[in-house]
Design a protein. Structure first.
Length: 366
């Protein structure tokens, strides 16, 4: 049996008459913009409770255009975690702004609030809390602190679509802007790269609308330098179809999570992931193991055709491109966790026998 790390095609199998309707959209010949994109943007605003949505070509551009819309420029300081995908920090560096790294807590691997408090001051212009693996990065606490210093918040929701606070306020709708990714392996994943920004600020909305299309207001009238950051029409159609069954997707992923917890809790060499509250939907099932076991476990799983990966092996503050520009710092929790994490298969609608095969092999590892 072969078990993938992620399997986004399973969701398409659950959508009624998906293939003929997709082929009809394909033959209509509208591949950029149009009603599919507009319909998807409306669906996202409805789901997240935000006033505005701008569909984009990636989560990376969602972060970058959000920073630009907020006026972040060269020399500005932006607080970011180091334990995250590189684009969270990359976009800050692209603008010549300065990343101020904070450590993570060891429960959910999101921003450590005490370290955040120690690094907040009047010189900080923005913060990018990352809702890593689907867990809330204590956004309510971060927002209260930021309000005291007039610090802007861009939520990185790349791995947390569908997750909410204890009161089920959707992540991404709480800060000044929320930046989502719809990369295929995400909880809401497309058929290629994709992303969006949600916001309640009309000025930010209008700015990013223009930024995504080369800074144009009217056709061929460019108000400023933008980018080609549009979401294609067919991907928007697929994403909207998946969003229509998202409650099923959420239920299936939560059942997968429960199966892992119920069948792996007795293993003393595994630390299982925590869901922050009942409204959390995990994007990855990331465990920690003793560093001495990690490579052995990865090899063992690959040998048995079980997909697994490490998110993230090398923290961003220790990457060459960062060390070439900034002084080396120490982030104790980040550096320790990065040596222990490994992500196991996690996706919607597993087929008969897949979960049992996974558990059997994991129980036989030691």
């Amino acid at each position: 049996m072969k078990i993938p790390l992620a399997n986004p095609s399973r969701e398409l199998e659950r959508i009624k008459d998906f293939e003929p309707r997709f082929n009809k959209k394909l033959m209509e010949g509208v591949y950029i913009g149009g009603e599919n994109v507009s319909a998807f943007e409306e669906s996202i605003t409805s789901y997240t409770g935000s006033k505005y949505c701008i569909a984009l070509n990636s989560g990376t551009d969602a972060l970058l255009l959000s920073l630009i819309a907020l006026g972040i420029k060269k020399g500005d300081k932006v607080i970011v975690p180091s334990f995250t995908f590189f684009s969270t920090v990359e976009v800050v560096m692209h603008l010549g702004a300065v990343p101020i790294f904070v450590d993570i807590n060891t429960d959910t691997y999101t921003i450590d609030i005490e370290d955040f408090k120690n690094k907040v001051n009047k010189t900080i212009k923005a913060v990018i809390p990352v809702h890593l693996f689907g867990n809330n990065s204590n956004i309510e606490i971060i927002k209260n602190i930021c309000n005291k210093y007039d610090i802007k918040i861009i939520e990185d929701v790349a791995q947390a679509f569908g997750s909410g606070t204890e009161k089920n306020i959707k992540l991404g709708s709480i800060g000044d802007m929320g930046a989502f990714s719809f990369f295929p392996s995400k909880t809401l994943g497309g058929i290629g790269d994709g992303g969006c920004v949600v916001t309640n600020n009309f000025s930010h909305y209008k700015k990013i609308l223009k930024l995504r299309n080369h800074g144009q207001g009217k056709n061929y009238e460019h108000e400023f330098v933008g980018a080609n950051s549009r979401l294609d029409s067919l991907n928007a159609f697929v994403l909207n179809e998946k969003l229509s069954i998202f409650q099923e997707i959420k239920k299936s992923r939560n059942s997968f999570y429960d199966f892992y917890i119920n069948n792996l809790s007795h293993l003393d060499w595994i630390n299982l992931p925590t869901k922050q509250n009942k409204n959390t939907i995990l994007n990855y099932f990331t465990i920690t193991v003793p560093p001495s076991l990690r490579n052995k476990l990865l090899s063992y799983l690959n040998k048995h055709h079980i997909g697994a990966s490490i998110y993230y092996k090398k923290p961003i503050h220790l990457q060459k491109v960062v060390l070439d520009r900034y002084n080396k710092i120490s982030l104790k929790n980040t550096e320790r966790i990065s040596k222990s994490v490994i992500s196991l298969p996690f996706y919607s609608f597993p087929k008969d026998g897949e979960l049992e095969y996974l558990i059997t092999k994991l129980n036989k590892f030691i």
